[in-house]
Design a protein around this ligand. Structure first.
Ligand code: 5GP
Length: 184
C-alpha cells in the first residue's frame, strides 16, 4: 500500500543566502530525505559535477523535456532554465521524503500542483550581509551578480506565500529550525 506519510519539502532562498550549506548539513543528518537533482541550461561552475549538482543540459534538450511535459515545475532564472523532473519526485515519494532546492517561482508552481508540499524560505540576517556573501563568491561576472541581486526583491515578495520563513543566522540554527518543521 502506498505510504501517504512521505512529504515534499521545498526550500528556496536568495542567491548567496547559504542555502546550499544548510541543505547539505540537513541531508547528511537525514537519510530518509532525498534531494532532487534539477536540470539546468546554465554552465557548470568549477567543481560542479554533472549528475551530482545538476543535470547540465542544452537549451534544446531542456525545451524538448518541457514539451514532453517531463517537468513538475520549471523556471527561467537569471537567463538560464532550471527544472525538476516529475518522474523522480513521484517515484521517490513512494519511499522517502523529497526535498527540492528551487527558486520561488518554481516553489509556487509546486504549491499549486501539490498543495500538501511544505514551502520553506531561507532569508538572510540582513540584505547587506547577503550582498557581501554574493560578491564574495568570485565565480561569476559583475553582470551576473547584479542580475541575481535584482531577483532578491522578487524572491522576498514571493516568500510571503511560503509556509515558513527562517533566518540563516547560523547553519546550525537554520538546520534546527528546518528539523522542527520536518518533524511537524
Ligand atoms: P544556481 O545557478 O545558483 O545553482 O541556482 C540559481 C537558482 O535556481 C537558485 O535559486 C536555485 O534554487 C534555483 N533552482 C535550482 N534548481 C531549480 C529547479 O529545478 N527549478 C527551479 N524553479 N529553480 C531551481
Amino acid at each position: 500500500m502506498k505510504d501517504l506519510s512521505k512529504k515534499l519539502f521545498v526550500i528556496s532562498g536568495s542567491s548567496g543566502v547559504g542555502k546550499g550549506t544548510v541543505i547539505k548539513s540537513l541531508i547528511s543528518k537525514h537519510s530518509d530525505i532525498k534531494l532532487s537533482i534539477s536540470c539546468t541550461t546554465r554552465m557548470p561552475r568549477p567543481k560542479e559535477i554533472n549528475g551530482v549538482n545538476y543535470f547540465f543540459t542544452t537549451r534544446e534538450e531542456f525545451e524538448k523535456s518541457v514539451s514532453n511535459d517531463e517537468f513538475l515545475e520549471w523556471a527561467e532564472f537569471s537567463g538560464n532554465c532550471y527544472g525538476t523532473k516529475k518522474s523522480f519526485v513521484i517515484n521517490t515519494l513512494k519511499n522517502s521524503h523529497v526535498l527540492l532546492e528551487i527558486d520561488t517561482q518554481g516553489a509556487l508552481q509546486i504549491k499549486n500542483k501539490m498543495p500538501g508540499a511544505i514551502l520553506i524560505f531561507i532569508a538572510p540576517p540582513s540584505y547587506e550581509e547577503l550582498v557581501s556573501r554574493l560578491r564574495g563568491r568570485h565565480t561569476e561576472s559583475e553582470d551576473a551578480i547584479n542580475k541575481r541581486l535584482n531577483f532578491v526583491n522578487i524572491e522576498k515578495e514571493n516568500s510571503k506565500l511560503f509556509d515558513y520563513i527562517i533566518v540563516n543566522d547560523t547553519v546550525e540554527n537554520a538546520v534546527e529550525q528546518i528539523e522542527k518543521i520536518i518533524n511537524g
